[in-house]
Ligand binder design. Structure first.
Ligand code: CUA
Length: 316
């Protein structure tokens, strides 16, 4: 059997769009490569030494031709630029209904957790047709999360959150790779993505019993690390309440000025690890740093908890 697939299967809503752009670019590339090769061959044969051709008035200028070779490539480049930029935005802006799954890369495995609580390593189970947004970070070095069948790839960086999204369109099992050389065992940092019927996915989620959700685990950590002591209203320490802050602008004291920062995953993470860097206006920088005390997966759980209370009113 001919088993050398040039293209992996198209299993996500964006796969065809990525392939179309890719084919367009390869097509243009082939067209010009072949055109130039053929012209080189034709001219070198026709004007070879000893051939009887008219060499009396070689042209030095050709306005029409020069215009064509400036304008045509320019237009083609603009088409590619606009097309690719629009697709880039589509590929990186998750739709609002996307389910969020946490991804932590570390030498040399992938750790993933679903919002319902179930965690897995080197495997990702997702329901067919449901948009999924991956919130990703690394515990050590730079990795890269790559699912060829979905045509998505994104670097996974330590100290930073990056994201990807996809909507699977075909039930099946697909390859998952680390696409960034990350050390000795980079080549074994691979896994499988299982696209399941939504009902099967529900069963899979419940298969290990209904445990605490990611946000509930986050709340436990929130209490365990004594965050609750100050952030849930304390008599002695004044710390901002966290209900309702997720996604909202927070006033930050910057010298004498007050600036605003959105309370997103990045801000919450930095506030836990580097609490002195962006202190909420009106509060003392009293919070200790939790650097090296909370693992990446746990940080994501705490963020999930703070997100889960985004719609809750502050109870004084
Ligand atoms: Cu992780 Cu390569």
């Amino acid at each position: 059997m001919w088993d050398f697939p040039l293209f992996p299967e198209q299993a996500s809503s964006n796969a065809q769009k990525v392939d179309a752009l890719m084919l367009f670019e390869v097509g243009i590339l082939l067209f010009f490569t072949i055109l130039i090769c053929v012209l080189i061959l034709v001219f070198s044969l026709r004007f070879r030494r000893g051939a009887r051709v008219d060499r009396s008035h070689p042209p030095t200028h050709g306005k029409a031709m020069e215009t064509v070779w400036i304008v045509v490539p320019l237009l083609l480049s603009i088409v590619m630029f606009v097309w690719a930029t629009r697709l880039f935005y589509e590929l990186y802006e998750a739709p609002p209904d996307a389910a969020e799954i946490s991804v932590v890369g570390k030498q040399w495995m992938w750790y993933l957790q679903h919002p319902q609580g179930r965690a897995e390593t080197n495997e990702l189970h997702v329901p067919l047709g449901q948009a999924v947004k991956l919130n990703m970070t690394s515990q050590d070095v730079i990795h890269s999360f790559f699912i060829p069948a979905f045509r998505i790839k994104q670097d996974v960086l330590p100290g930073r959150y990056t994201s990807l999204w996809f909507r699977p369109t075909k039930v099946g099992v697909y390859d998952l790779f680390c696409a960034e050389y990350c050390g000795t065992n980079h080549s074994i940092m691979i896994g499988k993505v299982h696209v399941m019927e939504p009902a099967d996915y529900e069963q899979w989620l419940a298969a290990k019993g209904v445990g605490p959700s990611q946000a509930e685990e986050g709340e436990q950590l929130f209490v365990q690390h004594h965050c609750a002591g100050c952030h849930r209203g304390s008599q002695t320490v004044s710390a901002p309440r966290l209900e309702g802050i997720y996604g909202k602008p927070v006033p930050i004291q910057k010298g004498k000025d007050v600036g605003f920062v959105t309370a997103d995953d990045r801000y919450i993470r930095d506030s836990i690890l580097m609490p002195k860097s962006e202190v909420v206006a009106g509060y003392e920088p009293l919070m200790p740093s939790y650097k090296d005390q909370i693992s990446e997966p746990d940080l994501l759980k705490i963020i999930a908890y703070i997100k889960s209370i985004a719609t809750r009113e502050t109870s004084q």
